[in-house]
Design a binder for this molecule. Structure first.
Ligand code: ADP
Ligand code: ASP
Ligand code: MG
Length: 404
């Protein structure tokens, strides 16, 4: 029998009505002669609420206890969905991450899956039971519960699809697929029929939270056929795969990320080895650096500016001062009032003029560009945070004009 993995996000299981609707989708897929593994997220805003509770009790809580707490959200939705399926007479069993064999490393709150011991799930599937797995969680070598980072249920689903060689992995969510930009923010956003793994990976990494970027990375690695579709409206969604038919589309999507900090290090000596010293210290302290800009040296000094995830801002400043003890705090300036706006598309590789079209759209709105970075399939600019949404709309309108 074909095996399908179906993942339902938080809004898809937010309340009883949603859960019964999801049970209906699963029942239909099962009645069509498929075996099914279902991965669920916590209901609605449960994870956010649990995080708020943790902060209320002890803002300095350990990461281990955070994982112990937030993993509870998925336990609730897994059991409730199993009960909804029991109600309509289907054979079903719910499992927590560890019961489904998810073994992770010990990076609490952002654990990586090391392997999946698939025997239990495989045995249940052999009995043609519908297996519901609590997403976002696993167990480490100390038998502690770990979680995979926000949005990690997507990764749980893809990992199961890869481990059990599922025929496809369907990610059900609250929009109808992957769009050219966030359809909740830009009304003219268009649904994509297909997108490549590489493009989807860039979009997800650059801020489009429709899919967790690790899930896309894993889908590409194990060639998992991914489909993103709505749990509310029955319609075809977006297929994510290796190669797609080339459409005329120059770019595939526009996205932004507001969780960014820009750090400027002023008056560094203009000598060889300075950038090496700075970035090796940041790397040693496990800080990922994104866009980098260095000024031309003048009067024996130069400035280096770079961006990091804003949760790493303070740690980055401390690392700079560690690397250059002669600098004072005045030499290291942080700005978190910034956003990174990006366009992604394999088509731009062969199209000169993509960057200028993006910059013209920003100019038309009088938006200043602070930094620029490019790769074969993406261009990112750093702008003031207040301009982020306006920038996305202007760029989107320019590349995807309304059809008249
Ligand atoms: P789930 O709870 O199902 O995992 P998420 O909230 O994580 O859902 O992701 C779905 C949301 O992603 C959508 O509601 C939409 O606002 C947002 N989103 C951002 N960028 C895009 C995009 N390019 N295409 C579709 N949705 C997007
Ligand atoms: N419930 C977790 C979160 O909110 C995992 C997920 O939804 O994928 O981040
Ligand atoms: Mg999600």
């Amino acid at each position: 029998m074909p095996l399908i993995v179906q993942k339902f996000g938080g809004s898809s299981v937010a309340n009883a009505e949603c859960i019964h609707r999801v049970a209906g989708i699963i029942a239909e897929t099962y009645s069509e002669g498929n075996d099914i593994i279902v991965v669920v997220s916590a209901q609605g805003a449960t994870t956010d609420e649990l995080i708020a509770k943790a902060k209320e009790i002890n803002p300095a809580h350990s990461k281990r206890e955070y994982d112990m707490l937030v993993s509870a959200g998925e336990q609730i939705s897994a059991a409730l969905l199993a009960m909804a399926l029991e109600k309509i007479g289907l054979p079903v069993i719910s499992l927590l991450g560890w019961q489904a064999g998810f073994v992770t490393n010990s990076s609490y709150t952002a654990a990586r899956i090391k392997k999946i011991n698939k025997d239990r799930v495989a045995a249940e599937i052999d009995k043609h039971r519908i297996v519901i797995v609590a997403g976002f969680q696993g167990i480490n070598k100390y038998d502690d519960i770990t979680t995979l980072g926000r949005g990690g249920s997507d990764t749980s689903a893809v990992a199961l699809a890869a481990a059990l060689h599922a025929d496809k992995c369907q990610i059900f969510t609250d929009v109808e697929g992957v769009y050219t930009t966030d359809p909740r923010k830009v009304t003219g956003a268009k649904k994509l029929e297909e997108i490549t793994y590489d493009e989807m990976l860039e979009l997800a990494t650059l801020g489009a939270k429709i899919l967790n970027n690790r899930s896309v990375e894993m889908a590409k690695k194990y060639n998992v056929k991914l489909e993103v579709l709505s749990s509310v409206k029955r319609a075809s969604g977006t297929i994510v795969k290796e190669a797609i038919k080339m459409e005329k589309m120059l770019i595939r999507g526009v996205t932004n990320d507001t969780d960014i900090a820009r750090i400027s290090v002023l008056k560094l000596p203009d000598n060889p080895g300075i950038a090496f010293k700075l970035f090796s210290k940041l790397a040693a302290n496990k800080i990922n650096v994104d866009i980098i800009l260095q000024s031309v040296g003048r009067d024996g000094t130069k400035d280096i500016t770079f961006t990091v995830h804003n949760s790493h801002g303070e740690k980055a400043i401390a690392s700079v001062l560690e690397a250059f003890p002669n600098l004072t705090k005045e030499n290291v300036v942080i700005d978190t009032d910034v956003a990174k706006v990006s366009i992604v598309g394999a088509g731009m590789e062969t199209h000169p003029g993509t960057a200028s079209q993006m910059f013209e759209a920003l100019f038309s709105q009088n938006i200043n560009i602070q930094m620029i970075s490019t790769s074969e399939i993406k261009i990112s600019v750093l702008v003031e945070k207040k301009d982020a949404d306006k920038a996305v709309s202007a760029i989107h309108d320019s590349f995807f004009p309304e059809e008249k």
